[in-house]
Design a protein around this ligand. Structure first.
Ligand code: IPM
Ligand code: MG
Length: 360
């Protein structure tokens, strides 16, 4: 077994708490299973700014480049909102994604039967939902040039550019089709081709990739407004959704609520050379430092890391099983408790570690 090195970037708000629980899980995998993981922490986001006046410090970049995978908590908080945009926590997150070339962001939404009553939707609508949103992460309107502020028609305006090159669409489409082949073989490509040129090109390239390389996969196309509606109306129609950066940001938050809590959703962001794992939720400054957050999204992100970066499908499944067993036992953080008894963030982490240990 080879030793693996993980760069751990707790970030801001609840980041350190949820990452702390994920590290307990890695400890159990080291002690009771045969993982040989080592890790080193570094700052990002507001923590990076506070330590080094940079939301993506050079030391963090060097550590990320020298590691097998990155585990990130969350970034952001009100105390950094007044800073210039390049110094804000979110800028650090966008820079690490771009710097590591993490173009494919996988956001699985799986409804746990144990949490059916935590969803605001009817159980029969959400039971069995298993969707994978594949979000393009390093281009589109988040990064498109030109952008900025200018005087236009006699007033101050702000503007951004939604831009996709053919090669960018091609590579994310390939990832989505490949992922679908390991699931139920369906891809829905989401854009706004009835209005936007960038989406017209997106659709054209997705169709081309489908015809030339993945014609065994079922492909459909949906405008983003309709997709937002269909996700709530009948989420079970979806398997893989492939979409651009902004639409993927919005639809993945929406999809997360099918599961009852955004605190359950992990993600993997993967490029040619590097990979980063993080919960899809934010830094939740309102509950930071109170030991209340749900660490399961981060723990499930560790499972994705084991699967995609560390080549340990066996251990990924153990971690996922431990989470299921913990939910079966009725352990709930406050976001999942529906008003009944709940446990702290650290108690949830301990419960998962105990369940994991029992699987050894
Ligand atoms: C996410 C977040 C980020 C994004 C923010 C914090 C920049 O919402 O990971 O979904 O918009 O990508
Ligand atoms: Mg988001």
């Amino acid at each position: 077994m080879m030793a693996v090195k993980i760069a751990v970037l707790p970030g801001d708000g609840i980041g350190p708490e949820i990452v702390g629980e994920a590290l307990k899980v890695l400890d159990v995998l080291n002690q009771k299973f045969d993982l040989q993981a080592t890790w080193q922490e570094a700052t990002i986001g507001g923590a990076g700014y506070d330590a080094e006046k940079d939301p993506y410090p050079a030391s963090t970049q060097a550590l990320a480049h020298a590691s097998d995978a990155v585990l990130l908590g969350a970034v952001g908080g009100p105390q950094w909102e007044a800073l210039d945009k390049p110094l804000r926590p979110e800028a650090g997150l966008l820079r690490i994604r771009e710097d590591l070339g993490l173009f494919a962001n996988y956001r699985p939404t799986k409804v746990f039967d144990q949490l059916l009553d935590a969803s605001t939707l009817k159980p029969e609508v959400v039971q069995g939902v298993d969707i994978l949103v594949v979000r393009e992460l390093v281009s589109g309107i988040y990064f498109g040039q030109p952008r900025g502020f200018e005087e236009y028609n006699g007033e101050r305006t702000g503007f951004n550019t939604m831009r996709y090159g053919e090669s960018e669409v091609r590579r994310i489409a390939r990832k989505a089709f490949a992922a679908a082949r390991l699931r139920t073989n369906k891809v829905c490509s989401v854009e706004k081709a009835n209005v936007l040129e960038v989406s017209e090109l997106w659709r054209e390239i997705v169709i081309d990739v489908h015809q030339s390389e993945f014609s065994d996969v079922e492909l459909s196309h949906m405008y983003v407004d309709n997709a937002a509606m269909q996700l709530i109306r009948n989420p079970k129609q979806f398997d893989v959704i492939v979409t651009g950066n902004l639409f993927g940001d919005i639809l993945s938050d929406e999809a997360s609520m099918l599961t009852g809590s955004i605190g359950m959703l992990p993600s993997a962001s993967i490029g040619e050379k590097f990979a980063m794992y993080e919960p899809i939720h934010g830094s939740a400054p309102d509950i930071a430092g109170q030991d209340k957050a749900n660490p399961l999204a981060t723990i499930l992100s560790v499972a994705m890391m084991l699967r995609f970066s560390l080549n340990r499908e066996d251990l990924a499944e153990k971690v996922e099983q431990a989470v299921e067993d913990t939910l079966d036992a009725g352990v709930r953080t406050v976001d999942l408790a529906n008003g009944s008894t709940s446990v702290s963030c650290s108690a949830m982490g301990d419960a998962v570690c105990k369940a994991l240990g029992d699987l050894a």
